[in-house]
Ligand binder design. Sequence first.
Ligand code: ARG
Length: 720
Amino acid sequence: MKKKLLILITWMFIASTSVFATEGMWVVAMLNKINEAEMHNLGLKLSKEDIYNINKASLKDAIVRFGAGFCTGEIVSNQGLIFTNHHCAYDAIQSSSTLENNILKNGFCAKSFSEEIPIPGLTLSLLVRVEDVTAEINAKLNDGMTEAERSKTISAAQKDIVARINEAEKGNYNAEVKVFYGGNEFYLFIYQTYRDIRLVGNPPESVGKFGGDTDNWMWPRHTGDFSMLRIYAGANNLPADYNKENKPYSPKHFFPVNLGGVKDGDFAMIMGYPARTSRYLTSYGVEQAIDVQNPILVECLGLKLETWKKNMDANEGTRLMYAAKYASTANSWKYYIGQTRGLKRLDVAGKKTEVEEAFTKWMSGNESAKAKYGTALPQLKEYYTATNEIQRKALYARLAGNGAEFLSLASSINGGLEKYFAESDESKKQEILKSLRDEAEVFYVEFNVNTDHDVFVALINLYRSRINAEDRPSWHSDLLDKEYGSDVSLLANSLFGNSVLMNKNQLLRFLSNPTQEVASKDLALIIAKSNASHMAPMDALFPREKMSKGQRLFIAGLREMNPKKQYAPDANSTMRITYGKVRDYQAADAVRYNFYTTSKGILEKKDNSNPEFEVPDALAKKLENKEFGRYANKKGELVTCFIADLDITGGNSGSPTLDAKGNIIGIAFDGNWEAMSGDIAYEPALQRTIVVDIRYVLFIVEELMGGKNIIEELKFVNVK
Ligand code: ARG
């Protein structure tokens, strides 16, 4: 009896350690028995075939990728309605706003299909199927190849496979071959990409971005970070260019809404498109991030933000024009601050060193492993040691020396004009000019000359204070020092006053019949050219072959060393699933955070003198009166956000958070401050995904935005 009890207790202990999620953004198309068992253990009520199936409708058919993977969205109705984050549609909302009709500020909700606003340029892709092409590509590779030969062979093979699919599918689908596990495996992804996407609704910014950059990357959170779009299709439900006559897309699957809410310990999962992680980064890479990369990123982005903000505060038009790029730059800036802090506090380099030591020890007793993987860590160490200084110079050159926005347009124009002057075929010449004019049209939509002038002056001064004279592009001495007495403002005045790039009409006129004479005298083009010829040789100094080979061998070796451990591949903008539980956490000594927030917190944070914490009167009134209707929980609270121990990163923004049966319970939108090193090392005890509760989303849609039509379009389960 006693023995049995002991066994039971031991079993419970083992079982309880495995009922928490493990690290992993698992490839949806490659879920295996281990994943399935783990998911069932955690509470999933579906099979892996319900999640990914190419022969019948499955959950994957209701997940969409934004563009090349900057965000995720989910289909929630049989008429192609999409939920995603407010910050995913931010750019589209901003572009659809004017000072007179500012839907970014005030919110918007289409009451019928005809009121929905087209979003030019946005595409949403559905995953059709995935194929393992590792054997096909590996057959073309051999150990004698240099890294350059290897990468050339892989690119050629990728192109061949894509061409083969395009031919076989007659252009209905688009294909991508993606690299996994640092180049050890390859998979083919086939998508159907829709191009007529419309904005259906967004809450006012005071809800969609409540807490602003102050609360960003942090828990506890009270942000209604959601927006709504719709996919439109042409004939036969197929992708088509925008056309008024297009019809709402009819999906294979859409997510029903679960209004039942979550409890601590409930199963949860997220499917979406995480863009990039570096979980196999070595201790040397972590040190470079802390010592070199992150401080420079924070310094340069910080200065740009500060300069933008001054200009935005001074002018409402600039504020609106720069809103989206300000938000996304501020998001990165804070990310790198948090990442450094996390890497240090959680001693990520120390933990990586332990793994590296175990790896070296394993090889010391295993000759064949040593022969295959023995060079991996020494090569990586060499790469990082050799690149600290060059990385520093390159980053300052890119972020400060090239940080003003006109320089990116100038560099395209230089490149284009070079081809134009060399080309003899008149129609090809005209094509080049047309593509430059198109680029310019897009560029000026979000370009304010005075603002970029200030950014240029600030960043060039910073660049010169950090990089010695002999390491700068030649224009610094030839032009700035010699002709302008090293006075950046003086140079900026003539540059911004005279360059054809500083005025859209002037540039378009120039680009209708460009002359070498004007091009060779234009200060913007001179500077961009000099910067480019400075950057290219610097870029060639990175011994990238050491890095790519070292990393590939290290990952292969680790997997061989621990054959029973499941290693998830790094994120690469392909569809992933992460599963786990709704869970609170211990943020710091004596600080334990609850797993959900409520509308009470919105009123506590409310400060109408601070745009980040403004609460519209109409909302404040409803929250004060607790008019939550069917969206209240059993205690009568309106839950705003919750957290779960799910493993996501940028690109996952907007992903559905699903219950054990695949119903939507929330929309994932952020991660927490205590685990900002998560893209480099997952921290099970600390890492949480922040989700906006679907009940708060629908409360806002119905009560604040007047979107009864939206509510009627959804399918509900667990309605009270
Ligand atoms: N941290 C979020 C992410 O990277 C973005 C949140 C946007 N909000 C903001 N205040 N900038 O997905």
